[in-house]
Write a protein that binds this ligand. Structure first.
Ligand code: TPP
Ligand code: MG
Length: 658
């Protein structure tokens, strides 16, 4: 029995309106409007096998308009993802279900990336498309897939979309195909109240191929996708749709966007769509047509498995290691040798330079490490001999010039990590972490291993002044769950923090690094990665400590000088280095309490705001740091001006002792 294309699409529409109705919340408009687009993608255009949603060579599908989650859940159920039962659809938006309000990667099989914050999916997909080309440049045709993105009007209005579109067009990511649910409606009403961009012209001007089709004409959509596949540019297809297609009074209006339709409207939609079936019931002939579609690419997957088996065994092992995200066997040895080598180097160094040396040392042994910068290559120190830059259409390389697009960069780096095969890192100034923040947050929520090198980490950058001097950034980044914020103090800690970041498979990391030179504070080689504990006693006291001084990064040297000043006054003090407060909080109670210690006076020193430090020093601890924005001056003057000096730390401790 042949099933009409609109019956296939109506199955999505019915599941979406029924699930939203049962949950009494959710967004029926997008799934009902974009059902024809999804039907074309999942029954004809895309290469995937629902039997293995992790097949490395599957086409990726990103629902950037994450509020339309029921579209994706319906497709996963219809195509036959075993975990996505009709029970899960009935439990839409309920605790513990596989059908949360917005799609969550790592939670629901078949969801490629977490979406919901508009624009993120599109920018993340750029990283997936880029990773695909870069991996293909390394391993050849065993990597050969596309990245499809469904965007709504909202995704395209968000600023990050411009960064994403511009870099994708520039790099000629021809395997990226964006389908726009061009319904002209968002929450407040018709788009015309707030937007008059010609999207096709916009994409074209960014180096994309663009065209417009009727989003309810499945033949036309497929033909446009076929043309997109043949293009040497990324493609944008505006699919003119009606939001809430089928709903008798709400279709085409903002009322269809984000609330349950209600009994009468649903009854009317069933009539309009010629869908006489009970809620959550998909008739056998339609379900089996969908299930067939879900297995359509099985022969392609079997061919791929055979191709993989036929690969040269050593290359195959390397390819599989890369996809598994396991560091090379040589990694630990390379790190240890380098750490041993720097242990004897007593010269001063900026941690950004120390980081460059780490990258130079490990990049040859860790081919999955990708570096890059948002136009601050010479300041971030992320480019080394082993990381040549890629260029438009040429993806053999390991360095990405992202342009001045911090938000798009951070999102794309998430996408590269999600795609697999790479440990991506990027870079900018720490003050501009704020420009990356939505992507940093999503990366942390998803648990991707992405490493963000953020240099110029305090007033220590000096003359560029308060606009460029991070004050609250470190604290605000520490506030993001599962984001590891590292602030190393010297060469050795910089090696250790890089190592910890690379080994943190399910967390993104920030490496906050200095512009200014710092003295060596770790004087003896220790095999253990002490920074990975988050905090450790760096300089013990001579006798029972009366003062514990906690610090990170550039303020460690100040803490050690303060320790000497106190010793001159007969006060025993110890110094604890805190390169990663987040990791310290994960240590067991015994380690935490011995590291924090029993000294009656606790002092923390960091050239940032106090927030977060009370976890160590308590509410009556002494904090020496910043409580205002910085200023423009040579950095030594600024440290004096803001009172972040050894003398000030020692005096503050003495005062508290009395
Ligand atoms: C960054 C961000 N801002 C705001 C929202 C809230 N929001 C969710 S959907 C939406 C409107 C989106 O319009 P459109 O993409 O056209 O979706 P449609 O109404 O057509 O389904 C808004 C403002 C969000 N999810 N993310
Ligand atoms: Mg819309």
């Amino acid at each position: 029995m042949t099933v009409a294309p609109d019956e296939m699409a109506n199955a999505i529409r019915a599941l979406a309106m029924d699930a939203v109705e049962k949950a009494k919340s959710g967004h029926p408009g997008l799934p009902m409007g974009a059902a024809d687009i999804a039907t074309v993608l999942f029954t004809q255009a895309m290469k995937y096998d629902i039997a293995d949603t992790k097949w490395p060579d599957r086409d990726r599908f990103v629902l950037s308009a994450g509020h339309g989650s029921m579209l994706l859940y319906a497709v996963l159920y219809l195509t036959g993802e075993p975990a996505m039962t009709v029970e899960e659809i009935r439990n839409f938006r309920q605790l513990g279900s596989l059908t949360p309000g917005h799609p969550e990667a790592g939670h629901t099989p078949g969801v490629e990336t977490t979406t919901g914050p508009l624009g993120q999916g599109l920018a993340t997909a750029v990283g997936m498309a880029l990773a695909e080309r870069m991996l293909a440049a390394e391993f050849g045709d065993i990597v050969d897939h596309r990245t499809y993105v469904l965007v709504g009007d909202g995704d395209l209005m968000e600023g990050v979309s411009q960064e994403a579109i511009a870099i994708a067009g520039h790099l000629k990511l021809s395997r990226m195909i964006v389908l726009h649910d061009d319904n002209g409606i968002s929450i407040d009403g018709p788009l015309s109240i707030a937007d008059s961009v010609d999207q096709a012209m916009r994409f074209e001007s960014c180096g994309w191929r663009a065209e417009r089709v009727d989003g309810h004409d499945q033949k036309a959509i497929l033909a446009a996708i076929d043309r997109a596949k043949a293009s040497d540019k990324p493609s944008y297809i505006a699919c003119k749709t009606v939001i809430g297609f089928g709903a008798p009074t709400r279709a085409g209006t903002a009322k269809a966007h984000g609330e349950a339709l209600g009994k009468d409207e649903i009854a009317g939609a069933r009539k309009n769509l010629n869908w006489p079936y009970e809620p959550f019931v998909i008739p056998e002939h339609i379900l089996s047509a969908w299930r067939e579609a879900g297995a359509r690419s099985r022969p392609a997957r079997n061919r791929w498995i055979a191709d993989l088996a036929a690969m040269d065994p050593a290359r195959r092992a390397e390819f599989e290691r890369r996809l598994a995200g396991v560091l090379p066997a040589s990694f630990a040895g390379v790190i240890e040798a380098f750490k041993r080598a720097v242990a004897d180097d007593a010269s001063e160094v900026a941690t950004r330079k120390a980081s460059e040396a780490v990258i130079a040392a490990i990049a040859p042994a860790v081919p999955e490490l990708i570096t890059g910068s948002a136009d601050l290559t010479g300041s971030n120190n992320t480019k080394v001999a082993a990381t040549p830059a890629i260029s438009p259409g040429h993806f053999a390389g390991r360095y990405i010039h992202w342009g001045i697009r911090e938000h798009g960069m951070a999102a794309a780096v998430n996408g590269m990590a999600l795609h697999g095969g790479f440990i991506p890192s990027d870079a900018t100034f720490l003050a501009f972490a704020d420009y990356c923040r939505p992507a940093l947050r999503l990366g942390a929520l998803m648990g991707v291993r992405a490493i963000h090198v953020m240099t110029h980490d305090s007033i220590g950058l000096g003359e560029d002044g308060p606009t460029h001097q991070p004050v609250e950034q470190i604290a605000s980044l520490r506030a993001i769950p599962n984001l590891l914020v590292f602030r190393p103090a010297d060469r050795t800690e910089t090696v250790e923090c890089w190592q910890a970041a690379l080994e943190a498979r399910h967390s993104p990391s920030i490496l906050a690094l200095t512009r200014q030179n710092l003295p060596r504070v770790r004087k003896r080689f220790v095999a253990e990665n002490l920074s990975a504990r988050g905090a450790y006693e760096l300089s013990p006291s001579n006798g029972s400590a009366q003062v514990s001084i906690f610090a990170s990064g550039s303020e460690i040297a100040i803490a050690i000088d303060a320790q000497s000043l106190l010793a001159e006054k007969g006060i025993a003090a110890r110094v604890v280095s805190v390169p990663c407060l987040d990791l310290f909080e994960k240590q067991d109670h015994a380690y935490r309490s011995t590291t924090i210690g029993m000294a009656p006076v606790k002092v923390a020193v960091e050239a940032g705001v106090r927030q977060g430090w009370d976890a160590i020093i308590g509410a009556d601890g002494v904090f020496v740091g910043m409580s205002s924005f910085g200023a423009s001056a040579p950095y030594q003057k600024l440290y004096e001006h803001f009172g972040i000096t050894a003398a000030h730390v020692a005096n503050a401790a003495l005062k508290r002792l009395k």
